[in-house]
Write a protein that binds this ligand. Structure first.
Ligand SMILES: N[C@@H](CCC(=O)N[C@@H](CS)C(=O)NCC(=O)O)C(=O)O
Length: 202
C-alpha cells in the first residue's frame, strides 16, 4: 500500500493524481498546515520538513515529481514507458522542475496566494513573462501530437500538467497558447485527475 503523506490542497495532490492513474492501492496520511504555512508537526519522514512524502514499504521518498516517477514505474506502460521514452519522461519531468515550477510560483504568490497587501505586481509580471516563454516551447511541441511523447498520456504529461494546474485553475491567460490549453483541459479532466481534483477541490 502506497502511503502519501500530505493533504490534497498541497503538492500531495500531484501524487494523489499519479496514484489514481496507476490503479495501485494508496492511502493519504493527513499532514497539513497550521496558520502561517508552517507544518502542524515536524515531519520526520521528510528531512526538508515539507509535504508530500511517500512511504512504499521500506522506501521513503520526498519530491512530488520523483514520487510520481516512482509510482509510474511501478505501474509500467503506458504511464511509464520503456526505453528511450523513459528518458523522454525524465527530460520533461526535470524540465518541469527546473524550467517551469519557479515561474508558476512567482506568478501565483503575487496574484492569488499571498494576502493582497503583500503581492508585488512587477513580480507577478516577471513570473508570467518567464512562464510564457516556456509555454511557447510547449505550444510548439504540442503542434503535432496530443501528448508530450506522442499518442499516449504518460507521467511526463502528469508531472507537467500538475504543476500547470495552478495557473490553469487561477485564470492564467492561456489564450496565446491554444494547444497548451487544450492539452491541459484533456489532462486535467481525465477520470483519475477528476478523482484527485475532487479530493482537493471538494
Ligand atoms: N519541491 C518539493 C516542494 C514541497 C513543498 O514546498 N511543499 C509545501 C506544500 S505544497 C510545504 O510543505 N510547505 C511547508 C513549508 O515550506 O514549511 C516537492 O515538489 O515536493
Amino acid at each position: 500500500m502506497l502511503k502519501i503523506h500530505g493533504v490534497p490542497r498541497s503538492r500531495a495532490f500531484r501524487c494523489i493524481w499519479a496514484a489514481e492513474e496507476s490503479g495501485l492501492p494508496y492511502e493519504v496520511v493527513p499532514l497539513g498546515f497550521a496558520p502561517g504555512f508552517k507544518l502542524e508537526r515536524p515531519l520526520a519522514i521528510n528531512p526538508n520538513n515539507k509535504i508530500p512524502a511517500l512511504e512504499d514499504g521500506d522506501l521513503v521518498l520526498f519530491e512530488s515529481l520523483a514520487i510520481n516517477l516512482h509510482i509510474a514505474s511501478k505501474a509500467g506502460a503506458p504511464l511509464m514507458p520503456a526505453g528511450n521514452d523513459a528518458s523522454r519522461v525524465m527530460q520533461w519531468s526535470l524540465w518541469t522542475g527546473t524550467e517551469v515550477e519557479a515561474h508558476v510560483m512567482r506568478w501565483g504568490y503575487n496574484t492569488y496566494l499571498k494576502p493582497e497587501a503583500e503581492r508585488v505586481a512587477s513580480e507577478a509580471a516577471a513570473g508570467k513573462e518567464a512562464l510564457d516563454l516556456r509555454l511557447a516551447v510547449l505550444e510548439s511541441v504540442l503542434a503535432d501530437r496530443p501528448f508530450l511523447l506522442g499518442k499516449d498520456f504518460t507521467v511526463a504529461d502528469l508531472n507537467l500538467a500538475c504543476v500547470l494546474y495552478a495557473p490553469w485553475a487561477n485564470k492564467y491567460d492561456l489564450a496565446p497558447f491554444p494547444k497548451v490549453k487544450a492539452w491541459l483541459d484533456t489532462c486535467l479532466t481525465r477520470p483519475a485527475a477528476l478523482r484527485a481534483r475532487k479530493q482537493r477541490e471538494g
